[in-house]
Every structure is written in C-alpha cells, then in structure tokens.
Design a protein around this ligand. Structure first.
Ligand code: MTE
Ligand code: MO
Length: 414
C-alpha cells in the first residue's frame, strides 16, 4: 500500500490511493427511492434569537468541574475544557477552562480601574472606557494552567477522558491593548526590571513578571473570540502573556506595579514553584513547554474493530510555533509525521491528523511535538526523574494510550 509503514499509520496524501477514505454506507436504488422526507422540512423552523446557544442535542458538551473545597470555598478550583468532545483549535468562550483561586467576581466595568504605578515617571489610572480608546491588537493564543495534565504525574495514570486530564488548556482569539504602549506612556524608570500584576478578585492573585518580556508580548485583553471577556475569563480586563504559565494571565486586572525585582508574592512561593529531587526549588519557570496529546482516540472512546481511523489531537508550545508532530501506533518502534491541518500559529494550539489503518491487534499510541526552537517532549519516566515526589507543574510528557484488541482505550505510562 502506497506510503504506508509497517505500523499501519500513513500520510493523508496516500489515503485516496489506498481507497480507505469512504465510511458512508453504500445505498441501493430501492433505498434511495424509499428515502423518507426529513421531518424538519414539514414545518417552519424557530424564529431568530438574540444570542445563540448550542443545539439541544449537544447538551452533553460541558466543562468538567473540579471544586477543590465545595463547602468552604465553592469558587476555588477549576473546570476543564472537554477537549475530547471538540475539534478544530478555537475553544468556544462558554467552554474555556476556568481556574479561580477564590471565585468569579461580579465587576461593573464602568467602576473598574487599572492603575500603573511603582517605578514609573507618571503613575496612570485608566477606566475601561479609556482603554477602549487605544489602538488594539488581536492574537490567537492558548492559555494552559501550570497544573494541567498533572494527574498523569501519579504512579497509576488516571482512566479519565482526555479533557479531564489535559483540559486546563484552551485557545481563543484575544483582542486588547499592547501593555508596552501603556508602560511607555507611564514612563519606565531605568531601575525597573520586573512588574507585579494584581487581580481584583477575592484571591487578589498577584504575580511577578520580568518587565522586558511583559513589555514586549503582554496584552491587556478586553475581548475574547470577538466579544467582551466572559466573567470567568477576567471581565472586564485581563493580562495576557502569550505562551507563559496560565497563572500569569491575571484576570480582573486592576494594578500593575513596576519594581526592581520579583516580589515573591504568596501565589509564586506557596504555589507555582517546583521542588527538584535535590531539594532545591525551581522558581519562575514561566514558559509552557512543547506538548501534544492524541485526543481521538482516547480514554472513554472505543475503536470498533480493525479498519480505517483518523488519529487526531492538539499540539502547542509556549516557545513559538509547532514545527512537527510525530505519531507512533507501535509504542515508538516507528514514527510517522502527522499533518498539521489548519493554522499553525505561535503560542496557539494546532490540530494534527494522521490516517491509521488498524489491524485490530493491541496498539500503543503516542504523539511527540517539536517546536520551531527544537523543544520536544520527554517520556513520563524522564520527566518524573527531574521532579521531587508529588511535583507535577509543567507536566509535558508524551501521553500514551493503549488500545486493546477489543477496542478499549486505557491510559498507560510507557
Ligand atoms: N485574578 C486572578 N487571575 C487569575 C487566576 C485567579 O484565580 N485570579 N487564576 C490564574 C490561573 S492559575 C490560571 S491557570 C488562569 C486561568 O485562566 P482562565 O480561568 O481564563 O482559563 O488564570 C490565572 N489568573
Ligand atoms: Mo493555573
């Protein structure tokens, strides 16, 4: 078969040559003659609506909620994007993952202010209306929580869906004002090397960020996928640090203070610091590594017998664009480069696909992303060797899905 490796994975361009593209049922002329009239053609449809919602037949497509302290602090925790029920690269706003350290505040945009102060020539205060007067920029960017995929750090990998494991990851188009523009307006004091950004939620979440990068890539986001930010994503204003750990993307942003060093705020010392086996902690590990996950198939799906399938998943890197994704269906004996279908943007998720002619025997599926800077993914064993017990931040190891001959999928450490 043209272009097909011994593993059964092959390039899309060989698909039609191989005659494997068709999955539709063949139709006889009798069946065609008896084709019933679709019922929906017999009555007028519903009228227009002022804000559309998904089809009622898609009601199962929901965020996966994990409340850390449901009784004492129901707003503390996260909800995950159901990656396994979606396709493409953009996350619908209502399914963007959520990570709140003390709930979603209800903020009146007309009363909200952003203060830029500290080591600046002129402290400045902006209303949201003020910010809406500045030139805007748009970028399609992922946000990933540093704790994403951390459940895979356990000795026994969780037997839950791809979304439940990897869904602290979403990708949106964000629009707002370049942070550098406002910092320059305030006048950066030459002694300023860091800044601290603070949210106006009940957690007052605050993070120190190196000033040079914040000035270069930071965006004060006001819009998400074309509409104003959702409350869960930081309405009316959030800091966007493309490719940096989720925690730095301060929601409900109300203060930025320029400083001559990191502040060592509670949110960057009690959390988001990684203990190594040596006992020394790594601090300010800020950029999200190269990563990929096969989403179809994954745990909870069944591969119903030998035949043609499309393997598909997401790849992303905080360091830039994804250069390639390699896929194996035999546990790494042979790898095939997947096709990146659709936009491949820096600091954005991209979709990879690879046709697979499954022979119906046990198979071990893995994907490995490489970004344009040459960063790639470690194995689970190699990653855990660099971590103290229980340290799961920045888990970007290769995900392994075991397919049994009966078509069931399980999560394994391979
Ligand atoms: N003010 C504030 N900003 C915050 C948080 C928060 O709890 N409060 N959570 C952070 C964390 S840990 C992450 S991963 C991202 C999550 O962004 P999202 O909820 O829009 O997905 O926001 C960050 N910004
Ligand atoms: Mo996070």
């Amino acid at each position: 078969m043209a272009g097909k490796g011994k593993s059964g994975a092959f390039h899309r361009r060989h698909l039609l040559q191989a005659g494997l593209a068709g999955a539709g049922a063949a139709v006889s002329s009798e069946v065609m003659a008896a084709d019933p009239v679709p019922p929906a053609t017999q009555t007028p449809g519903k009228p227009m609506s002022s804000y559309g919602v998904p089809s009622p037949h898609e009601a199962n497509v929901q965020r996966i909620i994990g409340a850390a302290y449901p009784v004492v602090s129901p707003g503390t925790g996260s909800s995950r994007t159901p990656l396994h029920l979606l396709d493409g690269t953009i996350t619908p706003a209502g399914l963007h993952f959520e990570r709140h350290h003390n709930g979603v505040p209800n903020i009146d945009a007309s009363a909200h202010r952003l203060l830029i102060h500290g080591l600046v020539a002129r402290p400045l205060e902006f209303s949201i209306d003020d910010l809406l007067h500045y030139p805007r920029t748009s970028r399609i960017v992922f946000i990933e929580c540093a704790g994403n995929s951390g459940a895979n750090g356990a000795p026994q990998p969780p037997q839950t869906s791809a979304g439940a494991i990897h869904g602290l990851l979403s990708c949106s188009e964000w629009t707002g004002v370049k942070l550098g523009l406002l910092l320059e307006e305030a006048g950066i004091d030459p002694r300023a090397t860091w800044m601290i950004a603070e949210g106006s939620d009940a957690a007052s979440l605050s993070r120190s960020i190196p000033l040079a990068q914040a000035r270069e890539v930071g965006i004060l986001a006001l819009f998400q996928n074309g509409e104003r930010l959702r409350p869960e994503q930081g309405y009316p204003l959030r800091l966007l640090m493309p490719g940096w750990e989720g925690n730095l993307n301060i929601k409900w942003l109300h203060r930025i203070k320029l400083t001559d060093g990191p502040v060592y705020a509670k949110d960057e010392t009690s959390k988001y610091t990684e203990l190594q086996p040596s006992g020394i902690a790594r601090q300010f590990d800020l950029v999200m590594g190269a990563k990929s996950v096969i989403i179809r198939p994954s745990v909870g799906m069944t591969v119903p017998g030998a035949g043609f399938y499309e393997i598909s998943g997401l790849a992303w890197s905080g360091h830039g664009r994804i250069a390639r994704v390699d896929v194996t269906v035999d546990g790494g004996q042979s790898w095939t480069e997947a096709e990146l279908t659709g936009p491949v943007l820096p600091q954005a998720t991209c979709r990879f696909r690879l046709p697979w002619d499954w022979n119906g025997k046990a198979a071990l599926l893995q994907s490995r992303a490489t970004d344009e800077k040459g960063n790639t993914q470690p194995t689970h064993t190699a990653l855990m060797a660099q971590r103290a017990v229980g340290q799961i931040y920045h888990y970007n190891a290769i995900q392994s899905w075991q397919i049994e001959a009966d078509g069931t999928v399980s999560n394994v450490h391979a």
